[in-house]
Design a protein around this ligand. Sequence first.
Ligand code: FAD
Length: 415
Amino acid sequence: MVTTPATASSPALHRALDYDLTIVGGGIVGLTLACSLQASGLRIALIEARPKAAGFQNRRAYAITLLSGRIFNQLGIWDDVLPQITTFQQIRLAEELHPEVVQLRPTDLGTSELGYVAEHGVLLRSLHRRLEAGAGVDWLCPATVQSVTYEWDQATLTVALGDTVKTLTSRLVVAADGARSPLRHQAGIQTRGWKYWQSCVTVVLRPEQSHQNIAREHFWASGPFATLPLPGNRCQIVLTAPHREAQRLLEMPEADFIAELQHRYQGQLGEINLVSDRQLFPVQLMHSDRYVQHRLALVGDAAHCCHPVGGQGMNLGIRDAAALAQVLAQAHQRGQDIGSLRILQRYERWRRLETLSILLFTDFLDRLFSNDWGWLRGLRRLGLWLMNRIGLIRHLALRLMTGLSGRLPDLANHP
Ligand SMILES: Cc1cc2nc3c(=O)[nH]c(=O)nc-3n(C[C@H](O)[C@H](O)[C@H](O)COP(=O)(O)OP(=O)(O)OC[C@H]3O[C@@H](n4cnc5c(N)ncnc54)[C@H](O)[C@@H]3O)c2cc1C
């Protein structure tokens, strides 16, 4: 956790405001930021529109990188989280039914595992418990930020809390309010990117045979097909396909859908039972022109979104939160104004290029594999063949996918 003396102050910061920092959005990214700064001495408000219980019931699962695991460990929630999630020791990459299967193992990276799969509700509940066990963060939930005005020395938020409307002042506002980010729109920050020709169908299944804690990414010409192992021998499936096919997969009778999955697994997992409803998510690549402006910073999906291939989106947001917490805690310690553009640009310089490289990498992966062109098919099979034979390629790919490349936040520097 980022800790600073509570006495830090500056003559320039005398004006009494309700909060030093207001985080809008209590998803996993917003909560990670709040936990990271809980002991910093900053007065923090966390505003979330949905009731707490709604988040706890969300069973969607994510691939969590080693880096995010380290951050959660430093935040003190890992002992609570670890027994409820899966740790995987192997990743299998393959192209359709081609026999060349790349098996990535911890020895390729020099670690004892390769990553984790965690359900949304599990992470959210542990982050909540962590916040509630300490002081320093005021929860406003369910409450919705309706508007924000930015002035030279403060931001003023209008917040709907039940039937009442409240006004709050804060030195800095952090938008952790998701891909559609009302705060980003309102601040006039433009984004670039594109919507993919594909959507994702997600579902949780229980196979007859053990998933053996193996994470699988199979590349089909229609799009990547990921299988993430969950506790209780369940698997989270993320199946990417062109919109019309994805819609068809969503709506077809369950028995036909299972037959589609069986074709992809070629019987490797035995009989399959679905244990959740199917859900459909359109996919986009989005990058904000700016992550910061005076008294505002964007984190997580509010700042960027990427293709789910490789399971990077949430992990990028957790890394944003840890990096921003470090920048803000250092500025606070030095008595600097945490909402000034000069300070916030340190966070933007740190994260923007790193994030863009991951966004483009996931885009490259999706485009390279999601097509039926003969010459490209030959090239990617050569790539998988080389990967199977050259340890350095496996090592570099794993460093990128596990989040261990680039500048690590202090919270992630302790394995
Ligand atoms: C199919 C699919 C699979 C994925 N798989 C993975 C994976 O395996 N690994 C991975 O790392 N990522 C994955 N992702 C990406 C991941 O889901 C997102 O990156 C992540 O959920 C973003 O978290 P967030 O906290 O930034 O935003 P959100 O989770 O969207 O949270 C935003 C919060 O802000 C609140 N809010 C919004 N507006 C207001 C307001 N005005 N006032 C108050 N509160 C407000 C909302 O209620 C919400 O709780 C996947 C995405 C998809 C579509």
